[in-house]
Write a protein of this length. Structure first.
Length: 297
């Protein structure tokens, strides 16, 4: 046995109190992603910030090869020599601020977890819904100034079952990934066709409804499916206590194929949009394509 000093004992007790307090607050509020004062104190004691920044840097460089040269300090450095800030210096944003004005670092605030069929998102759990407009405009262009359309190409949608073609950005292999998704979906049994034909749109230069931010569709990296079977949080009456009642009809066999290729699904948001899929390789690393496809379109 060994003896602990009074100082060590006091520190352990203080840390335990912080942990218990945060756990209770997270359970009551149902918003563990957004820091309370207790969580902030606990995180400061554990000092995970450097590790988080390193993980973000690694994900960005892996997700955008040839486009992002480096992530160092508070800068994201692009291959053309330009730079964007990683952190805007505004910590502990509430949900509205996180959604309306996210910095690049904020995009990683909530982890996107693939799989988990049947899981209902917790309150204000919207992984991937926050997008830093400057970052995506830098990668894919700004549709408001004509910077996206020149990079769009046609992708055959379910080529064995349909003659439909959809427009998608060729930048960073996004269109190649959608083509891989389409090929796998094309091989699903016929019972899934009702969710896949026709699509409900890809490129569209518009804002996200109810916000001042550009939609993922405006960058040519999103596709909507199954309009007749779609559910959207703004169409749904709130349940008791103002909570949004979750609804979904999209089969997880479809979701898993999209996720395999780096697409996140709006059905995993508390503010859900079940028809929506967008290419976000920084949040969900896609599996390697076969060598004949790896060069992209």
């Amino acid at each position: 046995m060994f003896a602990l000093s009074k100082t060590c004992i006091a520190a352990l007790i203080a840390r335990a109190r912080v942990t218990v307090l945060y756990t209770v607050l997270a359970t009551v509020l149902g918003a563990a992603h957004f820091s309370s004062a207790a969580q902030a104190a606990d995180e400061k004691a554990a000092s995970p910030a450097a590790m988080a920044a390193e993980q973000i840097a690694s994900r960005l460089k892996a997700a955008y090869p040839g486009l992002i040269k480096d992530v160092e300090g508070n800068g994201v450095f692009f291959a053309d020599g330009t730079r964007l800030p990683l952190d805007d210096g505004k910590p502990n944003k509430n949900f509205s601020d996180w959604l309306e004005a996210p910095d690049i670092e904020d995009m990683f605030r909530m982890p996107y977890i693939p799989g988990e069929a049947g899981r209902t998102p917790a309150a204000e759990e919207d992984p991937g819904r926050a997008r830093n407009g400057s970052f995506f405009s830098k990668i894919y262009g700004d549709c408001r100034s004509g910077g996206v359309k020149p990079e769009l190409i046609d992708v055959a949608w379910l080529p064995k079952k349909s003659r439909e073609k959809v427009s998608f950005s060729k930048i960073n292999g996004a269109a190649a990934r959608l083509a891989a998704v389409s090929a796998e979906l094309d091989n699903l049994p016929e019972k899934f066709d009702v969710y896949l034909r026709p699509t409900a749109g890809t490129y569209n230069c518009r804002l996200v409804a109810g916000t001042k931010n550009m939609s993922a569709h405006s960058y040519g990296i999103a596709i909507d499916i199954a309009l007749k079977h779609a559910h959207y949080w703004r169409w749904t009456k709130t349940a008791g206590g103002g909570a949004i009642a979750y609804k979904n009809e999209i089969p997880f066999e479809i979701v898993r194929i999209f996720e395999k290729h780096g697409f996140i699904w709006g059905g995993k948001w508390y503010h859900y949009d079940t028809m929506h899929f967008e290419y976000r390789p920084e949040l969900l690393a896609p599996e390697a394509l076969p060598s004949k496809e790896s060069g992209g379109p």
